[in-house]
Design a protein around this ligand. Structure first.
Ligand SMILES: Cc1ncc(C[n+]2csc(CCOP(=O)(O)OP(=O)(O)O)c2C)c(N)n1
Ligand SMILES: [Mg+2]
Length: 317
């Protein structure tokens, strides 16, 4: 982000993801969202930074913590809520749900619930791009926990052997479910894992939209021109792993410390310092977002249930 308009758009996107997620928690508690629900609160700057950095040639794939990146890739919040609540106007007519938002017309190849499953898929998509010589790149997001999975090593290895146009992007939020990185990973400086496959890597401040945007731009350029690049984005999730997590594995103090330096507060202060907006202007952005989210929830509420015949459409078996 450079211009005033870009900063304000970035701020609005952060707040929109936050409100969208808060509303999800509410709908879950009301029993309107079934299955699992993994909130993105605290990690918003990663999605905003990634989408800011991408061009129409660039694509994204991720894991199940996918609402934020779906939104920044352009998925309408009404469509997101419809999918989450199992309605016909959802991106997969309500059949995918929270962990499987996807719309390839938005260059978004989806959320994936099997930890690490998106990595071989990303390598395959990148192989397709390379074969078609279309200059496209895919950014494959994953959690820290996913870097201990076999898929990770297979996908990274092949991506370097074939110099595929892929950016491996780890969202290191310090935990995989209730397990801290240092309890699950022999190498806690996760970006070093990429070096084992001769893939260049960098650590990035995931609380800063601009830091993520800058790093992703550089990584995508490398992927387009040379081959894979690896980013370890340091972030933190403010809520539990999924709904109903008793969170016995971390101290309340730790959460408080990260919340104080959260992505929205950081950008809020930066915008005021640059005099790009006043407090009142930023309050107005919050009001606009509240209206947008309320309209989106209403859209989903009014969307019909899928017809039972939909059970047999758009499936493989
Ligand atoms: C192959 C596989 N093993 C285990 C699980 C259960 N599981 C769901 S999320 C998760 C933790 C993953 O943590 P991380 O990759 O750090 O992502 P985060 O939830 O922190 O975003 C596990 C083990 C799964 N979904 N798939
Ligand atoms: Mg994690």
């Amino acid at each position: 982000m450079r211009t005033k308009a870009e900063y304000l758009k970035g701020y609005k996107d952060l707040v929109a993801i936050r409100r969208l997620e808060e509303k999800c928690a509410e709908l879950y508690q009301l029993g309107q969202i079934g299955g699992f629900l993994h909130l993105y609160i605290g990690q918003e700057a990663v999605a905003v930074g990634i989408s800011n950095a991408l061009t129409e040639k660039d694509h994204v794939i991720t894991a199940y913590r996918d609402h934020g990146i779906a939104y920044t890739q352009g998925m309408d919040p009404g469509v997101i809520f419809a999918e989450l609540t199992g309605k016909i106007d959802g991106c997969s007519k309500g059949k995918g749900g929270s962990m499987h938002l996807a719309d390839t017309s938005l260059n978004f190849w989806g959320g994936h619930a099997i930890v690490g499953a998106q990595m071989p898929l990303a390598a395959g998509i990148a192989t397709g791009f390379q074969y078609l010589k279309n200059d496209n790149v895919i950014v494959c997001m994953m959690g820290d926990g996913a870097t201990n999975i076999g898929y990770f090593h297979e996908a990274l290895n092949l991506s370097k052997v074939w110099n595929l146009p892929v950016v491996w992007l780890v969202e290191n939020n310090r935990y995989g479910m209730g397990t801290a990185v240092e309890r699950a990973s022999a190498v806690t400086d996760i970006q070093l894992k990429a070096r084992g496959y001769k893939i260049p890597s960098e650590e990035v401040d995931g609380m800063s939209v601009n830091a993520v945007e800058k790093a992703v731009k550089k990584a995508v350029k490398h992927a387009r021109e040379t081959g894979p690049f690896f980013l370890e984005v340091m972030t933190y999730r403010f809520h539990g792993h999924s709904m109903g997590d008793p969170e016995r594995y971390r101290e309340a103090e730790e959460i408080k410390r990260f919340r104080k330096e959260g992505p929205i507060g950081i950008l809020h202060a930066e915008i005021l310092e640059k005099k790009y907006a006043t407090e009142a202007d930023l309050d107005k952005i919050h009001d606009e977002v509240d209206e947008m989210i309320a309209a989106a929830v209403e859209f989903a509420a009014n969307s019909p249930e899928p017809d039972p015949s939909e059970l047999w459409t758009d499936i493989y078996a």
